[in-house]
Design a protein around this ligand. Structure first.
Ligand code: PMP
Length: 433
């Protein structure tokens, strides 16, 4: 890097900020599904800034909406004033949520959205107890780290809420890994009942779950599993919060919200990432009685600001008008099928899983079972060298994550598949050797 940005980064930013790649890159521009770094190298982007660029880069409709807002001179106003874009965006999200008479609160990130959901649930239920899935990730602040069930991201063991973890997250390595879908769901429901009776006093505030775990390695539970949980929770009056930060906006292909695969409408949903297509925005959409349960006033200085909401409105329109959900389903299947074919002959790949454009490739060592973070690290370098950006995650850091912009074309999917195939072949050889 010309001006040694990496050394300057290390000197002044926290050590705990994770960076991808042996030589981290600085992305300076983007166009469609491609980004260019400060050294002039162009990459096809299959991670979309951890799913933030839902629609892709340099989309005129979104840039124009943001520019018009900037040109009006209104840089920021805070929720102490009326913000038209905010009201209009809230109306659309409330309607799309399926929650009756839903209300929306905007934040600046997914973390803040989940912090808000936890505050609402704990106030509504007068309880500080929360159920989360093992292997979950919900954010980087005090309460959200407290409910994150993945040691690698659990930066603090202290927590303002009492959390109990249940099975239903990382299925392929848990004690129920060999179970059929039906038996797996039954075992997880039994576990939930057991946890409620053993580690809580029953009056739990909420359960929070990602419909497909993101940071945890794109773990897809059987359809309907969270609905089966909800039936148990209803016996206790416990609220359900769907963390849609990664799964929302049609990314899973078959549904607009990931939770719809589970056959019920949650009490609250949290969202962020893709909505702003790169701009900072998140939020909570909730039942009106839950949203309005707080006993004091509140305000957000930046949450739902005119610029982020202008961009988000344009991004949401783009997703709906171009039916990007259908595209995610189509190119997602193309990628999953292609990867499954390749993986059959390469034991370094233990599993290819996912829905729509959330695809995980689980990599293992020569014994065909032990998680191999080394294989994942090598894989990342191979794809980068060939001009493709991918992500990684999972409890053991051994799952390659693919989440391209939802505008990905079939040709780009094929191009990416070629690089992924070459990288699988290369890593398979290196790891086996
Ligand atoms: N929830 C989930 C499911 C996430 O994946 C993330 C971010 N990886 C968050 C919450 C936190 O979002 P943010 O980084 O915007 O705070």
């Amino acid at each position: 890097m010309a001006d040694d940005l990496l050394s300057r980064h290390r000197a002044v930013l926290p050590d705990w900020l994770a960076l991808f790649y042996q030589e981290p890159i600085e992305i300076v521009s983007g166009d469609g599904r491609r980004v260019t770094d400060s050294l002039g190298r162009t990459y096809l982007d299959f991670f979309a800034g951890i799913l933030t660029n839902a629609v892709g880069y340099d989309i005129a409709e979104i840039s124009d909406a943001v520019r018009a807002q900037l040109d009006s001179g209104v840089l920021h106003t805070s929720t102490l004033y009326l913000i038209r874009n905010q009201v209009e965006l809230a109306e659309r999200i409330a309607k799309l949520s399926g929650i009756k008479d839903a209300k929306v609160f905007f934040t600046n990130s997914g973390t803040e959205a989940n912090e808000t959901a936890l505050m609402l649930a704990t106030q509504f239920r007068h309880s500080d107890q929360v159920i989360a899935l093992r292997n979950s990730y919900h954010g980087r602040a005090f309460a959200t780290v407290g409910i994150t069930g993945n040691r690698g991201w659990k930066a603090s063991s202290l927590s303002p809420v009492k959390v109990s973890y249940v099975h239903g997250g990382y299925r392929s390595r848990g004690p129920f890994a060999s179970f059929s879908d039906q038996d797996y769901v039954a075992a997880c429901v039994d576990d939930l009942r057991d946890v409620l009776n053993v580690t809580t006093s029953g009056d739990v505030a909420c359960m929070i779950a990602e419909p497909i775990q993101g940071v945890g390695g794109f773990n897809v539970p059987p359809d309907g599993m969270l609905g089966a949980f909800k039936e148990v929770l209803d016996e206790y009056g416990i609220l359900f919060v769907a963390d849609e930060v990664q799964t929302g906006w049609g990314r899973t292909g078959e549904h607009f919200w990931g939770i719809q695969a589970h056959g019920f409408v949650p009490d609250m949903m949290t969202f962020a990432k893709g909505l702003g297509n790169g701009l900072a925005i998140g939020g909570v959409v909730a039942r009106p009685d839950v949203m309005d349960c707080l006993g004091a006033s509140s305000i957000s200085t930046f949450g739902g600001n005119p610029i982020s909401t202008a961009g988000a409105k344009a991004a949401l329109d783009y997703i709906l008008e171009k039916d990007l959900q259908a595209n995610a389903a189509k190119v997602g299947s193309q990628l999953i099928n292609g990867l499954r074919d390749v993986s059959e002959e390469h034991p370094v790949v233990a599993d290819v899983r996912g829905k729509g454009l959330m695809i995980g490739i689980e990599l293992v060592g020569p014994d065909g079972r032990t998680p191999s973070p080394e294989a994942a690290a090598r894989f990342m370098e191979h794809t980068k060298a060939r001009g493709l950006l991918v992500g990684k995650g999972g409890l053991y850091g051994n799952v390659i994550r693919l989440a391209p912009p939802m505008t990905l074309t079939e040709e780009e999917a094929e191009e990416g598949l070629g690089i992924l195939t070459e990288s699988i072949v290369a890593v398979d050889k290196e790891i086996a050797g």
